[in-house]
Design a protein. Structure first.
Length: 101
């Protein structure tokens, strides 16, 4: 007979569900927008003006694809937002995931 640690199983199940929900939400967000956003799209999405959009697009860490103009891959934009949202880092362990033994 196989013995299963119920708490370990529940924790593993919760982690899998959390990851899958995050993936589904990412898919949902990116399918509501075009795969690549231009400067006007960024301005509209963030509700910002030209100056702030230019500052954002010129940040070294901002995901800009310059080979075809100034375009932002939508899926990378959402990853950048998550990485640069102070609340996420301060209030969750999203970026500090560790493998449990």
């Amino acid at each position: 007979m196989i013995q299963i640690d119920q708490e370990a199983f529940k924790a593993m199940f919760r982690e899998i569900i959390t990851e899958e929900v995050a993936k589904a939400m990412q898919d949902f967000r990116t399918t509501q927008l075009p795969p690549m956003l231009n400067k006007k799209d960024i301005m509209k999405l963030f509700g910002i003006q030209v100056t702030k959009a230019s500052q954002l697009l010129n940040r070294e860490d901002f995901p800009v694809f310059r080979e075809a103009g100034v375009l932002v891959p939508t899926h990378l934009l959402f990853k950048w937002i998550e990485r640069n949202t102070q609340w996420v880092e301060e209030n969750t362990n999203y970026f500090k995931k560790e493998a449990s033994a």
